[in-house]
Each structure stands twice: as C-alpha cells, then as structure tokens.
Design a binder for this molecule. Structure first.
Ligand SMILES: [Zn+2]
Ligand SMILES: [Zn+2]
Length: 299
C-alpha cells in the first residue's frame, strides 16, 4: 500500500509533480495492499494463456491462405476440439499454478520488488527486462538440458513433449514438477536485480507471451522478436518438439547463443542447410520450417 494519503503528499515526498502514469498508479493502488497488487499476475497469466493462443487459432481459421506459408509443421492439423481439450488440460494445471503464485508473495517481498512511487523510467524498465531475459534464458537452458537426462525426461519432461507439433494452448502443458522448477529462472532475474512491481508484472507477461509464441506452431515474419538478433522463436523451439524424446537440440527459450556455444544446435543447423540446398536445387523459395526437413529425411 502506498505510504501517501493524497496526491499532494506523494508529490511533496517525491519533490516533483507526478507523471500521468504515476497519477494513474496512485489512483489505482492507493488503497490496495501489496499482496493484491502482486496477485494481478494471476488474471494477467490466465488472460494471456487464453487470448494469445486464441489469436493464433482465429488467424488459422479465418485467414488460412495467409498463414499457411508460416506454419512450421504444415502436415499436422489439429481440430478445434483438439485445441479445446488441450486448453482444458492446461486449465486443470492452474489448480497448482494459482496456489503456488498466491503463496510465493513472501519471496517477491523478500527480494525487494517495490510498489511505491516514483515509477521506474522507461530506460530502467527496458534495461531490467533485458537483464531478466538474459538471466532467464541462460538458466532455463541448463534446467531444460537437465530435464532431458533419461530419468527426468521419462518421469517429468515427457509430458511437455506430448505435443510433437506444439500449439499455443500447450505452452503450459507440463508435469507439475517442471512448472515449479521453471519458475526459478523467471524469478532469478528480478531477485538479482529487483525493480518495481510494474516491471515485474510486465516481465512475467512478456516472458509468457514469448513462450506462447514459441509454441504457436507459426513463424510469422512480423513478430517483434525478428528485430532482435540471436533470438530463437517458433521454428527454433518447434524443432525441439519435433525431434521429440531424443532431442538434444535447441534447449534455449529466448536466444540462440547458448545452443550455439555448447553445440546443441548442430542438428537444427544441419537440417536448415539441407533444406536450403534442396530449395536452391528445386528453385523453390518456401519457408525454412523444421517440419519441411522431414521431407528431406524421407528421401
Ligand atoms: Zn524439452
Ligand atoms: Zn516446449
């Protein structure tokens, strides 16, 4: 809860007039406990897990001709019923996710996520988000590799790999142990570089949206990620699912440098090269989807 009873008092304490964003934040959170502010992450996550996959679904059914060239595994078709079943499956997982988010508040408080004024500047938010993405990506890479050790894969991670051609709704489809463990990389950045609750909620929302895009099954050319060098994306992560249980490739969720440095993208790059050569030979200029490489494999 904010330690000021009026806008005037807040302005006096800060020593300058509040910005529009700060005035909105004051009006919205003045009488709200920090715990309730933190709990906003639950409806935000739920809305993203629902609406972002619905966006891809709408695109697929309303503009099939437009989206077809960008489908990573064009031979795989899911019905609306399949999508709905997956959504219900993941919704069941919320029975675990919601309580764990509710009880994780002391951790968020302990690491120093603040809710007070002033709000962080846009530069501070952007720099912190970059740090969070880098830390999350690196840590997630190693946790993910660990989950591909035979016993952990068979008993935990296999659930997430049930979809060899992922869809947006399947982003959160995972064993409960995996859901909890992958929460660690997400909280590590904010723990090392604590910021404002606004940045924290924004970070969780962006990370979730990026994860859904990775599992969307579509590699659209206009996504924001395409403007950031060395980023992974739908085609990259789709290959990880496509190879399946034996997959020792493309572990990183956000950037590609870890897989490159540790040599875990060799299979993916090899298939890309094969496909490029095949396209040069055929004179075609289709997409470089990992699924298209299955054609090469069968030749
Ligand atoms: Zn995996
Ligand atoms: Zn995945």
């Amino acid at each position: 809860m904010l330690p000021y009873v009026s806008l005037q008092e807040a302005q006096t304490a800060i020593g300058r007039p509040l910005t529009t964003a700060e005035t909105l934040w004051f009006n919205y959170t003045a009488n709200m406990s920090d715990y309730i502010i933190y709990c906003h992450n639950i409806p935000i996550m739920f809305l993203l897990d629902t609406l972002v996959p619905v966006f891809y679904l709408v695109m697929e059914h309303m503009f099939p001709t437009y989206v077809a060239p960008y489908k990573v595994q064009p031979k795989i078709k899911y019905s609306l019923n399949d999508h709905f079943k997956c959504y219900l499956l993941v919704a069941r997982g919320y029975l675990l996710v919601v309580p764990s988010l509710l009880v994780s508040y002391p951790t968020v408080k302990m690491i120093g996520i603040r809710t007070s004024l002033p709000l962080p500047s846009s530069t501070e938010i952007i720099l912190q988000l970059i740090v969070y993405f880098v830390i999350e990506d690196y840590t997630n890479y190693w946790f993910h590799r660990l989950f591909h050790v035979k016993w952990l894969y068979e008993n935990v991670h296999k659930v997430h790999h049930e979809y060899t051609a992922p869809i947006g709704f399947a982003t959160q489809h995972a064993h409960w142990v995996e859901t909890l463990v992958f929460g660690i990389p997400s909280i590590l950045g904010p723990a090392l570089v604590p910021g404002h609750m606004v940045t924290f909620l924004l970070w969780l929302a962006l990370r979730q949206t990026e994860a859904i895009e990775n599992h969307s099954g579509y590699d659209f050319p206009w996504t924001f990620r395409k403007y950031i060098p060395f980023t992974a994306g739908a085609d990259y992560h789709d290959y990880h699912h496509y190879v399946g249980g034996q997959s020792q490739s493309n572990f990183a969720p956000v950037f590609t440098y870890c897989d490159y440095i540790y040599g875990t993208d060799k299979g993916y790059r090899y298939r890309k090269r094969l496909l490029q050569n095949k396209q040069l030979k055929d004179g075609s200029n289709g997409g470089l989807s990992c699924a298209s490489t299955s054609d090469i494999k069968s030749e």
